[in-house]
Structure formats: C-alpha cells, structure tokens
Design a binder for this molecule. Structure first.
Ligand SMILES: [Zn+2]
Length: 301
C-alpha cells in the first residue's frame, strides 16, 4: 500500500510572526525539524490531496487561532492565506474589534467589518472557524458566510452548558450551512468537570448527530490545547476506540468515515468551490477600520 504524508508547509514572514513567537521571526526552520518535514509535501488545496482509500495521508493545516492576528487588516488576512493558513478562528478568549468571544456575555456578535472579514475569508477559500466565539457571533457568521464553516474544537452545549460549546439552535442551522462541529475532548467541555470518559465524548457525537445530522460532525480533540483528557482517549492512538464505540452504537462504516475525515474534506471542497466563484465575481476587499489596540487579546509571549 502506498503511503504518503502531506502537510501544508511551514513558512515564516513578518506577517506570520505576528502570530508566532518573536524569536522565530525571519529565521529559517530549525535544522532539527528537517527529519519531521522532509517526507512531507506542501499542498495548497484539497484537490491536491488524493482521496483514494488506498493512499494513507496525514493532512495538517496551518490555522490562526484568534482573529486578533490580522490586526483588523484584510491585507494581513490575505498575507496569512498566501503563507498557507487555511482556517482562522475569529476570536480566541477575548473580543476582537469586530467579533465577540464566548467569554462575552453581551448580545454583540459580528460588526459590519466582521462581516467583511468573513466574506473575504470566503473569497480566499480560508475556512471560517467559529469555535471560541459567542452565540451571537455564531448566528451572525452563519447568516453571512457563503461557504460552510467549522467549529474546530467545540462540543454540545445541551450536554455541558459551557459557553465554548454549541447550543442546539446553532446545531440546527448546520445542515443549511453545510459545516461541521468538530468535538472537543476537554473534560470541562464534555462533562463540565475535571474528568470525562470516551463514552461521554461519544454522547456528544450522538447529540450532534441527533440535532444536526451525521454529515456535520468531526473530531476536534484539542490535544494541543488541553491539560486533561478523557479516560480511554488519552492521545490520538485511541481514536480507533472511539470509532469502535460509534460502530457499537449503530453507526455505519460510512457514517464513521464521515466523522473521521470525509465531512471535513467535503467542507474544504465546498469552500474552495465558493472561493473560485467569488474570485471571479468580487475584488479583494480593502476596507479599513481605525486601529483599535486590544493588547489583552494578544498571545502572551
Ligand atoms: Zn482553542
């Protein structure tokens, strides 16, 4: 069986350095990383991936977690796309000047400029990630986006009422949008406590299936961002146990394949189709808003 691995290439520039540690700015990739990256191809679109089931691929994306990284500049957004970023979470744990975070309890969502950011991401073919935003921003994005969106790492609010999770009224809108909710494994979002189990993660998947449908579920995990994990899902080597649990619950092989990878690949394909169409119709948006320093929203270097 041929085995190929793909990763969108790591690149460095002043623009991307705004979202990475300053000590890596302008410096080449450390030589010690070569072993990791040498066997990996750079791809810029899902059409570059072989969808053959006989080719084993590991696809990994450059993502931007927190819209503060673009400093309210659509030009910087475009630079990040050129550097390989293929999704952006609109906020992290605090508001940007144009989108409101899950930590914000007001009824503010996207501003007019925020809608422009979403539409420019649609035009570029960069996925709009609405994990971390509040419910009003979720609704505004779903009313604005012309492409399917993702929740890259969020679970079901009905089973754990944490504001990082997705409420049912939003889950119900996912079929019309075509996007996916990729389930976060953090016990605080699965069980609203410090512990959780593999079966409880499967309960969240079940709930999203019952409200949104099996075409709108993915695996978000968040292993790089959480300090506690569920029993039975200690690391990625345990994914097969989760898929076995879904099969035990009556999911078909094709349902599990959708949850594991096909749904997110479909979202990428549809977002790329929307991008091609919009680029033929719409010019890049150069709208400016006045700089609004929001230092509390920047990563703590
Ligand atoms: Zn996060």
């Amino acid at each position: 069986m041929p085995r190929e691995r793909f990763l969108i290439r790591w690149t460095s520039s002043n623009a991307l350095c705004r979202t990475t540690r300053p000590r890596s700015c302008g410096q080449p990739l450390p030589k010690t990383w070569n072993w990791l990256f040498q066997p990996i191809k750079s791809v810029g679109s899902v059409t570059s991936l072989s969808l053959s089931r006989f080719v084993v691929q590991i696809a990994s994306l450059i993502g931007v977690e927190g819209g503060h990284a673009i400093s309210s500049s659509l030009g910087t957004l475009r630079q990040l796309y050129e550097l390989g970023a293929r999704y952006m979470t609109l906020t992290h744990t605090c508001n940007t000047p144009w989108a409101h975070s899950s930590t914000d309890t007001t009824s503010n969502g996207l501003t007019d400029f925020g809608r422009r950011v979403v539409l420019e991401m649609n035009r570029l073919g960069m996925l709009v990630d609405i994990s971390h935003v509040n419910n009003y921003t979720m609704s505004d994005v779903l009313a604005t986006s012309k492409a399917p969106v993702i929740f890259s790492h969020s679970s079901a609010y009905a089973l754990c009422n944490n504001s990082r999770n997705v409420p049912d009224n939003i889950l119900m809108k996912m079929p019309a949008n075509g996007g996916v909710v990729m389930v976060n494994f953090y016990p605080g979002f699965i069980n609203c406590s410090s512990t959780a189990s593999l079966e409880q993660v499967a309960d969240h998947i079940d709930h999203i299936r019952s409200v949104a449908g099996v075409d709108h579920i993915g695996i978000g995990a968040d292993y790089d961002g959480i300090d506690r994990v569920p029993y039975g899902l200690e690391d990625v080597s345990k994914y097969p146990a989760l898929f076995a649990e879904l099969l035990r619950r009556g999911y078909s092989d094709s349902d599990v394949a959708k949850v594991a990878r096909l749904n997110i690949i479909r979202v990428f394909q549809e977002a790329e189709e929307v991008s091609i169409k919009l680029q033929a119709e719409v010019a890049p948006d150069n709208t400016l808003i006045s700089p609004q320093p929001n230092q509390t929203c920047r990563p703590d270097f």
